[in-house]
Ligand binder design. Structure first.
Ligand code: 5GP
Length: 190
């Protein structure tokens, strides 16, 4: 997706060798025009899939998932929660995830009320690194007896393992920008 790649080159900032900061348009301040194009592109790529719900993980995935839903007939968006809270149901589907950016494990949870064996779920996330977050979401859909329609990623870092991990689960992965390397602060696309 050229518009996204141009934005990454213009406004993305490489931190170390493997973290891309995109807080000026995706992770902190949000560029809604770009988001709309991202939503449309996911629709184009998954147009032949039945999608009854979109699933993501808080917090950065929420904005992408909500805008994308508008191009899938406004299907409900569910975001997996990272923290236990009084307002979360006791009956939850859970998965343990290892945070790439925070370098620690955490548990994600989705109330059992919102997923069932009738759902065909599009998983959306902002980044694909080693695949732990997306894999956790795949597990949650499967535990609910649902079907994974696919995984839609805004930015994939192809020099990490995420795609391999997801394809092992027989899940279709569509990434809108695929980065081959980020050596010396320079983003090179696939
Ligand atoms: P994974 O679970 O695939 O290892 O990592 C994906 C998750 O970590 C995403 O939900 C995203 O929030 C975060 N993440 C991974 N790599 C990056 C990165 O380079 N930049 C930012 N901003 N987030 C990242």
């Amino acid at each position: 997706m050229d518009l996204l790649k141009e934005k990454i080159l213009k406004d993305g900032r490489v931190v170390g060798e493997d973290i891309l900061k995109v807080d000026s348009f995706l992770n902190h301040q949000i560029d809604i025009k770009l988001m709309n194009e991202i939503g449309k592109e996911f629709r184009k790529r998954f147009k032949d899939e039945k999608v009854t719900k979109i699933l993501t993980v808080e917090s950065s995935g929420i904005s992408v998932a909500c805008i994308t839903s508008q191009y899938f007939d406004y299907v409900p968006v569910i975001f997996a929660k990272k923290h236990e809270a009084f307002n979360l149901d006791l009956e939850t589907y859970e998965a343990d995830v290892f945070s790439f950016t925070k370098n620690r494990p955490y548990r994600i949870r989705v109330s059992k009320r919102f997923l069932s064996c009738e759902d065909s779920v599009l998983i959306i996330d902002d980044f694909l690194a080693n695949g732990s977050a997306s894999l956790g979401l795949v597990k949650i859909v499967k535990d609910a007896g649902g079907r994974v329609a696919g995984v839609g990623i805004v930015i994939e870092k192809a020099f990490q393992n995420g795609r391999k991990v997801l394809e092992k689960e027989n899940v279709r992965v569509e990434s809108l920008a695929i980065i081959k390397s980020m050596k010396n602060g320079e983003v090179i696309f696939d």
